[in-house]
Design a protein around this ligand. Structure first.
Ligand code: F6P
Length: 531
């Protein structure tokens, strides 16, 4: 692998000698450096990637064994080898596919039976007196469904959905205020059913329901791999929707964890979401790397983060309803690929996955784009835009949205030279030193890379395609980095220390053994706490 990384570094040196804009002097660049699957277009032509670089990146992916590991994943091998688990979220959307084997057993009958139970339950709730659904979960048991319910609001014809995640009592208090306990369904979503935030919020919700005339025995459901714990909590088996440990938390919205989405948009629209994911799986497995959207998205990620050294990337959906997508991708990408060692325990050869952040456009333009355009660090951007909005009577809004999205990627690439800035200031009447000073503030270096994903409409099928596209991109990047994208040991230490600090904070144990800073903070909080 070292040879491949070295070759790419040399190519990056060469690439820095040409501007991205100048690459468009070659006719057909936009066509050659974009790919389409179904009616989704991925354009990566506004990057410094040229044919030789793409070949070298594809060779890197080949040497890392992306094709073999992709098949191992779909074949149900235990590729999450620090936990000894298969990785088969793809089975959850394998609607009319063949058998999927795990340890010699076809898991599809179980997957399809649970899906059918979810459909029945969702229909029952949608036809009942239930007006509000509160999903209590955190991380992968919250971010995906919360994002999808908002993204698909034009298709939302079921009860209102609310999402409570934070252990901060403010979250559940603000959510439950104004809800009717007699017409609320609480879904406790937790793969492990042990997560402290979720279990604390679930107990608070149960007490609230009892105190306000609801019936927790009839109005709670659970989504989990731990049926013994859901039973201990008092949730009857017919309202428990189980899944297996081969579905990772941040990959779980396709199955029971997506129940709130199914209740919101109905089983048929949820099926369309699954079919979008399945269509992306088929493309990912079948397309040559040169045309393979998840592979190419991953390779642009590797090129920018690990080869060119850009430490973060911005996800910029030009769609208000996708405003939670950057948060969702943050967990998907950073919990998956923020790892210091390779599978064999030796240090990674290059940087781990980048910081992922972002916001919906056009709002971000009026907040942080200043830094993206003129800051000293390069931040590769990932734009998303639909050809159509859902508001035909507001089509002029959508035209403006599109114009803004395209203008940003053009501005990032094109920039504004010192001469252009001087000319602009001259026409405003500036001269001499003041003209030069003012002009410098208006220079944009340009040559800043971005990719753009475009599609006709953000419907359930398209959302399924987008989520699966990014899941597979994370997988490919993880394979190239040699890491296990499916464990998350990095979250454990903080959890352990929080558990040991709880009695110290409560004042039932001394702060002995804690560092001076932590002990002083505890003392300050004790002094300032209301009696
Ligand atoms: O703390 C991290 C994590 O384990 C995530 O990976 C997971 O999505 C989240 O907590 C919630 O876990 P659970 O669904 O088991 O409550």
């Amino acid at each position: 692998m070292t040879d491949h990384w070295n070759a790419l570094e040399a190519l990056a040196q060469n690439a820095s000698e040409h501007s991205i804009l100048s690459l468009f002097d070659t006719p057909g660049r936009a066509e050659e450096f974009s790919t389409q699957t179904g009616d989704m277009l991925f354009d990566y032509s506004k990057t410094s990637i040229v044919a030789g670089i793409r070949d070298a990146l594809i060779a890197l992916a080949g040497a890392a064994g992306v094709a073999e590991k992709r098949e191992a994943m779909f074949a149900g091998e235990a590729i999450n080898d620090t936990e000894g688990r298969a990785v088969l979220h793809t089975a959850l959307r394998n609607l009319d596919g063949g058998p999927v084997m795990v340890a010699g057993e076809d898991v599809m009958p179980g997957v399809l039976a649970t899906l059918e139970r979810m459909r029945g339950f969702a229909r029952e709730i949608r036809n009942s007196k239930i007006t509000d659904v509160v999903n209590i979960g955190i991380g992968g048991s919250d971010l995906g469904p919360a994002m999808a319910v908002e993204a698909l609001s034009p298709y939302h014809d079921g009860p209102r959905c609310h999402f409570v995640s934070n252990v901060d009592g403010a979250h559940i208090a603000d959510t439950l205020r104004g809800l009717d306990a007699k017409t609320t369904l609480v879904i406790v979503a937790s793969k492990t059913f042990t997560t402290i935030e979720t279990m604390t919020n679930a107990r608070t919700a149960r007490a609230w329901m009892t105190d306000h005339g609801g019936d927790p025995a009839a109005q709670f459901a659970a989504l989990s791999t731990a049926d013994d714990l859901t039973a201990d909590f008092g949730i009857p088996a017919e309202r428990v929707f189980g899944f297996e440990d081969w579905v990772g938390g941040r990959y779980s919205m396709w199955g029971p964890i997506g129940l709130s989405v199914m209740i919101a948009i109905g089983p048929d629209a949820f099926d369309a979401f699954l079919r979008g994911g399945q269509a992306m799986d088929r493309h990912f497995r079948a397309a040559a790397f040169e045309e393979n959207m998840p592979v190419l998205l991953a390779l642009t990620g590797i090129w920018h983060a690990q080869v060119c050294g850009h430490a973060s990337r911005a996800v910029l959906p030009y769609d208000q309803r996708l405003k939670k997508l950057p948060d969702y991708f943050q967990q998907l990408e950073m919990e998956s690929n923020g790892k210091r060692v390779q599978m064999d325990g030796t240090p990674v050869l290059v940087d781990s996955g980048p910081v992922v952040w972002g916001a919906a456009g056009t709002n971000g333009q009026h907040a942080f784009y200043q830094l993206i355009h003129q800051g000293t660090r390069v931040i590769p951007c990932e734009f998303m835009i639909a050809a159509n909005g859902h508001e035909p009577d507001l089509a002029h809004h959508h035209q403006l949205l599109i114009a803004n999205c395209l203008a940003q990627s053009e501005a990032l690439m094109r920039g504004r030279s010192a001469d252009e800035a001087r000319e602009k200031m001259r026409t405003k009447g500036f001269t001499g030193d003041e003209l030069e000073r003012q002009a410098q503030h208006r220079v944009f270096e340009g040559n800043r890379p971005s990719v753009t994903l475009s599609y006709p409409l953000l419907d359930p099928f398209t959302l399924g395609q987008i989520v699966a596209l990014y899941e597979h991109r994370v997988f490919v990047e993880g394979v190239i980095l040699g890491i296990n994208s499916f464990d998350q040991w990095g979250v454990e230490l903080g959890k352990e220390l929080a558990t040991s600090l709880q009695p110290v904070v409560e004042g039932t144990a001394p702060a002995e053994g804690k560092d001076g800073s932590t002990a002083r903070l505890v003392a300050f909080i004790h002094r300032n706490r209301d009696p």
